[in-house]
Design a binder for this molecule. Structure first.
Ligand code: AMP
Length: 570
């Protein structure tokens, strides 16, 4: 097994990476470091996802080869965002903490240029910057790159996606001819090939994982719902993973803000990250997210770039991105540094072909999953809470003084009652929310059947085909109408029937208990419920009239606390 010592790295660097706890090199490090320290080094293209240890892969050999006694810029590192620049500088400072005199300066837009100019004027060995700001400083002759030994393009595909192509061309054409250029990218679109052809000398290509592929330890799931149910689906997915720590990607700034606000209103630890926020606001949100004070960050792609978090459990595509590259980038934010992760897409039925296309590029299966119903989610949440109770650390000597009083107050309750009540304190809100939910999964098979039939029809000619088409039209018509009804139901245009039930407050009956009966009965679970009025001796309630027979059957012969129930349709 190779380790860092075999690479010929200096003791100062070895000591620093030992302090960081790096024991074995990651695959990209194992390939890039020895190559860059060898005599035959030329330009290099590294194909690797974010989170694979790229920074140390280029950072360690660059740091090793900087002559600290010469206070001149010897390396320029370009990265797409301010956050990534800051992260790279921080990493390089960590690796070089035992190398006296090493100077690293970062320059980026969205921050005042004056302090950056002051730093540059003091002299520096390594500049880490965004292309726009570097070009600006280059024009002011404050950044000098005609003598650099190394030029690193980090997340090159992202820089192109962000429109830095012209800036990159301008910078590359002004840099030293003798330098080594190192280009890192997660994907390899043609534009990157062109940069390599124009500015690099027969680069060696190093690739970890297959080109354009997602990270190895990321599972890919998708859920199909109608567009109007997207937000409901998001909430159920988030609720399904009580320990979720993830990013929800939205298409626009407006959508990002709206979804985050809805989640906050609904009681989630969420916030929004997008370009309409000031830099100070963005920094604040990112720091809350990094310190895990937020469980869910709702973000646009641009704003989330450079947010370096290694332990995300999930990323959720609230919408499928238009480009497969963006899908790969998003999912590469989870499953980092050897951890596993799940990439989830919420799609509507028209996007099924896009999923197939993404699967081909990923060379991985994207699994169709079902949005769970309320009962399943309640079970998952409840079990997670019970696990928390099992694992909680108790501060015995602090609680001891209160225990006698607590015992005295709870003395009249049985163990079963006590457990039910403790769980209810935390859980009633959840149960109520999910007590009246419907199945929001879109029936993918049905759509596939319809499409297959449609395609077969297209291929047929003549009378026979027409005849069959007509026949099918009727059959199919019925089915589609069935679905349409279901759809209008969920928009609230349902016919409700009202019922009298011979149970009221004096029987200890409540709204919650009624919903419990409905949701635990096979023929009624998930049915739309209207108004519920609990009176002293009886109750009126409304449910979807399509379920009349089931309601009558379920309530008629039932007993409640020994009392036989009477139900009547009003
Ligand atoms: P990067 O792809 O450079 O952003 O690195 C991703 C994360 O992996 C960072 O938090 C690094 O500190 C960490 N890392 C990099 N190399 C190693 C290594 N050899 N062993 C353990 N962690 C590493």
């Amino acid at each position: 097994m190779s380790n860092f010592e075999n690479f010929g790295l200096k003791q100062d660097l070895l000591k620093a990476i030992n302090d960081l706890g790096f024991e074995n090199p990651t695959p990209i490090q194992a390939q890039v470091i020895p190559y860059m320290l060898s005599n035959e080094v030329s330009d290099l293209i590294g194909l690797a996802q974010t989170g694979t240890g790229k920074t140390a892969a280029f950072g360690l050999p660059v740091l090793q080869q900087i002559n600290v006694d010469k206070l001149e810029t010897q390396c320029l590192i370009l990265a797409p965002t301010r956050e990534l620049c800051v992260q790279i500088s921080k990493d390089l400072l960590n690796y070089s903490k035992y190398i006296e005199k090493m100077k690293i300066t970062s320059v980026y837009g969205g921050a005042s240029i004056e302090p950056q100019i002051r730093e540059l004027k003091k002299g520096t060995h390594i500049i880490v910057g965004t292309p726009g700001r570097v070009l600006d400083l280059l024009k002011r002759k404050l950044v000098k790159i005609e003598k650099i030994d190394f030029l690193v393009l980090d997340e090159a595909d992202e820089m192109l996606n962000m429109g830095f192509k012209d800036d990159l061309d301008a910078i590359l054409s002004k840099s030293a001819k003798t330098k080594k250029t190192l280009l890192f990218s997660a994907t390899m679109p043609n534009e990157i090939r062109k940069i390599a052809d124009n500015y690099m000398n027969s680069p060696k290509e190093i690739s970890v994982g297959s080109k354009n592929s997602g990270a190895e330890n990321v599972e890919h799931h998708y859920y199909v719902v109608s567009a109007k149910d997207r937000y409901l689906a998001l909430k159920r997915i988030v609720d399904m993973y009580p320990a979720i720590y993830g990013i929800v990607f939205c298409r626009t700034r407006k959508e990002t803000q709206e979804i985050a606000e809805k989640l906050i209103q609904d009681g989630y630890d969420a916030d929004a990250l997008h370009g309409d926020l000031s830099q100070v606001q963005r920094d604040h949100v990112m720091s809350k997210f990094r310190s895990q004070h937020l469980q869910v960050l709702v973000a646009t792609d641009v704003a989330a770039r450079g947010l370096d978090v290694n332990n995300l459990t999930h990323i959720i595509n609230y919408n499928l991105p238009d480009e497969n590259d963006i899908y790969i980038h998003r999912s590469g934010r989870t499953g980092r540094a050897g951890k596993s992760g799940i990439s989830i897409s919420i799609i509507h039925s028209k996007e099924l072909s896009k999923i197939k296309n993404t699967e081909k590029i990923l060379k991985k299966n994207i699994e169709l999953k079902k949005i769970p119903d309320g009962k399943e989610i309640c079970k998952i949440q409840l079990m997670s809470m019970i696990d928390k109770i099992n694992n909680v650390e108790t501060i015995d000597n602090q609680i001891d003084t209160f225990l006698p009083l607590i015992y005295q107050k709870l003395n009249w309750l049985s163990r079963e009652d006590l457990i039910t009540r403790f769980v209810s304190v935390e859980f009633n809100r959840f149960l109520m929310y999910y007590s009246n939910t419907r199945d929001i999964n879109f029936d993918v098979n049905e759509r596939r059947d319809e499409r297959r039939m449609g395609e077969r029809d297209k291929g047929r000619k003549g009378e026979r085909a027409n005849g069959r088409r007509d026949e099918r039209k009727t059959k199919n018509g019925e089915r589609t109408n069935g679905r349409r009804d279901e759809r209008s139901n969920s928009k609230g245009k349902i016919r409700l029937s009202k019922y009298f039930l011979s149970l009221g407050e004096k029987d200890g009956f409540s709204k919650y208990k009624l919903l419990e009966i409905i949701n635990n009965s096979d023929g009624l679970a998930g049915v739309e419920v209207g108004k519920i009025e609990i009176l002293k001796t009886h109750t009126f309630f409304e449910i979807d009239s399509n379920f009349h027979e089931n309601a009558m059957k379920i309530f008629k012969n039932r007993r409640y606390d020994g009392k036989r129930l009477k139900i009547e349709k009003k």
